[in-house]
Design a protein around this ligand. Structure first.
Ligand code: ADP
Ligand code: MG
Length: 254
């Protein structure tokens, strides 16, 4: 039986002034198939990510999530529908502890008003849920540490935990290992894999680093100059000559 389509991007065009950053992009994410969007710098990956998560309304085309046209819906509405995404916490929540950071999306999901600060340490049930999420990413030991005190790799894990907290059907990650050292990268890859396997989280990630993609993805779309150049399994993509050429100089070789 065919797998359910979780996300469908249909002929999406996005322009910045006269520059076409996305030129008719179509792709699909199937249930249980860890899907990656790769491409050289400037290919349009982050732009597509922003279209899917509702930050940009595309000039043309559709984004369909769980069978529903969600094109241009704002991020908080998409989040309520089960689309999670990571976002940079370093500016916003860095003064809070790790645990408090995870409580924020949970309180919002449970209908809490934005003046929730006084509730942060009160709701034991939400706190137990938040601790479970921290266990998923391996941050239980650091629950009461201020995020600003964490090393970079752990901050990115907090971002991941914030995305996971509302139990989304799918999580979007824009270059989850960007800026990480090899050890942090390895940890993040293992985490994404195990979340996909054990918690059945659907991931759609953009990634520049070939090694990350080949070790984590089940299916790959290659974006080049705003268009899908190739799609297939890691083996198929690895063998694709056009993809190698797009990456100039064979950085596809491990
Ligand atoms: P990637 O994430 O694959 O590196 P981006 O989606 O960030 O690529 O960028 C694709 C192209 O669109 C680049 O040429 C970039 O300069 C341009 N671009 C991205 N965002 C904007 C913006 N807000 N305004 C103008 N041009 C942009
Ligand atoms: Mg990018």
């Amino acid at each position: 039986m065919a797998q359910q389509i979780i996300l469908s991007v249909e002929d999406v065009h996005q322009h910045f002034g006269r520059f076409a950053a996305l030129n008719g992009v179509s792709l699909q994410v199937e249930e249980g198939r860890l899907t990656a969007l790769i491409g050289p710098n400037g290919a349009g990956k982050t732009t597509l990510y922003n279209v899917v998560c509702g930050r940009y309304r595309p000039r043309a085309g559709r984004v369909v999530f769980l069978g529903r046209d969600v094109t241009g819906l704002p991020p908080h509405r998409l989040c309520a529908l089960g689309l999670g995404r990571s976002f940079q916490i370093t500016n916003v929540f860095s003064r809070l502890t790790v645990l408090e950071n995870i409580l924020v999306p949970l309180i919002i999901k449970n209908g809490g008003a934005l003046c929730f600060w006084r509730r942060l340490d009160r709701d034991r049930k939400l706190e137990a849920t938040a601790m479970k999420v921290l266990a998923m990413v391996g941050l239980v030991d650091k629950a009461h540490v201020g995020v600003h005190e964490l090393p970079y790799g752990d901050k990115r894990l907090v971002e991941m935990a914030i995305a996971l907290a509302p139990s989304p059907r799918m999580v979007l990650l824009d270059e989850p290992t960007a800026g990480m050292n090899p050890e942090e990268t390895e940890h993040m890859i293992r985490l994404i894999k195990s979340l996909a396997d054990t918690h059945r989280t659907n991931f759609f990630i953009t990634e520049h680093d070939m090694k990350v993609v080949f070790s984590v993805a089940d299916y790959i779309y290659v974006l080049h100059q705003g268009s899908v150049l190739a799609q297939g399994t890691p083996e198929e993509i690895r063998a694709d000559r056009r993809v190698k050429e797009a990456y100039l100089g064979g950085s596809l070789e491990p």
